[in-house]
Design a protein. Structure first.
Lengths: 147, 173
């Protein structure tokens, strides 16, 4: 990753304009050209530096729902439980954490009432209790990591 | 290292998506094509005019349905190797006053009030912290503890050791 890659990531985490040639606009700001910017983005996506490029939807404002949930998975069943949990399309993110609650995932559903259904299905499929941590209040959501 | 730039949530209001909005969401939730005219590419996919598709994106962004159109880096790969979810047991009547102050710290990327699950889980304040290594995160957690003072009635840091999935939300499944 060179200086230009860093500039691209820092700039594009803030967002991209909505216009006919958005990459051209951003490229000009960064002192490069559209083709080079697109080439860099593709390369960073292939290398896994860029997880995603596109609109970030706010599930809740679209009428859907989100929650954070956790499982205490026995070590020997961790891979199996990971496969079960990840197979649910409603699981947007899933992280392994060093704790007795060792699997933490975010559920995003189009219908709010579906959250409880997915939780019940995960409990059924894993045989484990799901701890549900819906947000009561959001104090801060940052969207920018300095590259 | 710092994690910065806040986006305040606009007042909650739910916008109803019509058929075209929905088609646009489904066509772009996995990502935007990396081509010179991405909105034109989406327009072709959903059988609409590019101007109309751009207008829909503008509106969804203005209404907060889209937080932004942009890049999501893998923060581990950017050098944030220590990523901890710090969780705190804070008196309920104090959390409304304290939460925004914790959220305002430069190294906190997300901060929420979430329910306890007594007796297993006494924590009600969640703050995600990120650093180059655990020593750096340890200092960040100490700074939060200092800010909380006697309102810190116990805390833990849950370090992540693997991203198991990171696809973002998917509608229409």
């Amino acid at each position: 990753m060179d200086e230009l890659d860093r500039d691209i990531l820092n700039e594009l985490q803030r967002g991209m304009p909505i216009c006919e040639r958005p990459f051209q606009v951003v490229a000009e700001q960064l002192g490069t050209d559209e083709a080079e910017l697109l080439r860099r983005l593709e390369a960073m996506q292939e290398e896994g530096l860029l997880t995603r490029f596109g609109p970030l939807f706010n599930a809740q404002r679209m009428g859907g729902a989100l929650t954070l949930a956790a499982l205490a998975v026995p070590k020997e069943r961790f891979d199996e439980a990971t496969a079960i949990v990840n197979a649910f399309p409603e699981v947007a993110h899933n992280y392994a954490r060093e704790h007795w609650l060792n699997m933490w995932f975010v559920l995003a559903t189009e219908l709010p009432e579906r959250i409880d259904g997915v939780i019940a299905e995960i409990e059924e499929a894993t045989g484990l209790k799901v701890y549900n941590f819906p947000k009561r209040e959001e104090f801060y959501v940052g969207l920018h990591f300095r590259a | 290292m710092s994690v910065s730039t806040s986006v305040r949530e606009p007042a909650p209001a739910i916008d109803t998506l019509d058929a075209l909005d929905r088609a646009i969401v489904l066509a772009t939730q996995a990502g935007l094509p990396l081509v010179p005219q991405p909105f034109h590419a989406i327009a072709a996919k959903v059988c609409a005019r590019p101007e109309e598709v751009m207008a829909r994106f503008e509106r969804m962004q203005a209404n907060g349905l889209i937080r932004r159109i942009g890049a999501v880096p893998n923060h581990y790969r950017l050098g944030y190797r220590a990523n901890g979810m710090s969780v705190w047991n804070v008196p309920d009547h104090r959390i409304g006053a304290i939460g925004p102050r914790i959220g305002a710290l430069p190294f906190v990327s997300h901060c929420y009030h979430r329910p306890r699950h007594p007796p297993d889980w006494p924590y009600n304040l969640f703050a995600m912290v990120h650093g180059q290594d655990r020593a750096e995160v340890g200092l960040q957690v100490a700074a939060i503890a200092e800010l909380l003072g006697s309102d810190d009635q116990g805390h833990e840091v849950l370090y992540s050791n693997q991203i198991l999935k990171k696809t973002g939300m998917r509608f229409g499944v």
